[in-house]
Ligand binder design. Sequence first.
Ligand SMILES: O=C(O)[C@@H](O)[C@@H](O)[C@H](O)[C@H](O)CO
Ligand SMILES: [Fe+2]
Length: 357
Amino acid sequence: MKMTMRWFGEENDRIPLEHIKQIPGVEGVVWSLHDIPAGDEWPMERISEVKEQADRHGLNIDVVESVNVHEDIKLGLPTRDQYIENYIKTIEKLAKVGVKVICYNFMPVFDWTRTDLFKEMEDGSTALFFENEKLKNIDPMELVNTISENSAYTMPGWEPERLAHLADLFEKYKNVTEEDLWDNLQYFLEKVIPVARENGIKMGIHPDDPPFSVFGLPRIITNKQNLERFLKLVDDPCNGLTLCSGSLGANPENDVADMVRTFADRIHFAHIRNVKTYGNGDFIETSHRTQDGSVDIYEIVKAYHEVGFTGYARPDHGRHIWGEECRPGYGLYDRGLGVMYLWGVWDSLQRLGKEVN
Ligand SMILES: O=C(O)[C@@H](O)[C@@H](O)[C@H](O)[C@H](O)CO
Ligand SMILES: [Fe+2]
């Protein structure tokens, strides 16, 4: 397991690379060019700039999250070919600086969805919260406003410029069914995966967060059966998964450890975090520790260990603790604690394995 940490970029993240470097066992940053609109080709100078910054701190840039997929590709519009062309050029450029994995998602309109970014927990910390009833009764634009107002930074997947045309976007999706979305995903993969393979890059789709439909929009990367279907769309090792325990774990029916065991060789990137589910569709993000949430993180790490996972991992979101002012879900402290929990479990399994053999 190669440990990484998400970093939003020099002027876009309060956490300096010096601090990331001090977290035990973190070898690389998971990065992106967050200001480049989905569908545009990434400029080589900008890519090289991040590579140099990371190099200076002895961190690798092997994983990119995300190269976002333009809405026209998800909608299957004739204009998609141009955007796919740009995507391919970006893949080729990323390969030039040694990128190994690209994480992306195929969620219509919104990336992750929460109704509260700073929900207070019993211990005084705050965390991202999803309230099912509230979502049912809220106008999508109101949610966009809450999320952009609440944050000092632009939230990936919630770009105000794109979401300004929300009504338009919803209109375009009106007749797009889940089956259409599958077809459009397949079309995209058939063009992109061969290029990724030639360039030594593995693609890892991120599951939908939460793993069910929001605002009536279709969502398909949601459970084991659909992950299986996804992997068969293009049956190539480069067509793989970013297995996100927190996204999938928001549906208590998903058994993430079982997915690790089943899809082991197609998991290129592990997002590990815990959520507490309440049985009515509500959930809150908790510390990584198994006892603190509803997802058995210990069992998931054990499954990765059992299958001999050598891919990349990162602590996904964390709570906001110790008064830290940070991007929602992306503070230094709780994610740092998360890394140490994951290593604690991993190292003890490693040692036990040696003692048994
Ligand atoms: O919830 C998060 O912050 C991430 O796990 C996702 O936003 C992820 O970066 C994207 O879905 C990947 O494209
Ligand atoms: Fe994730």
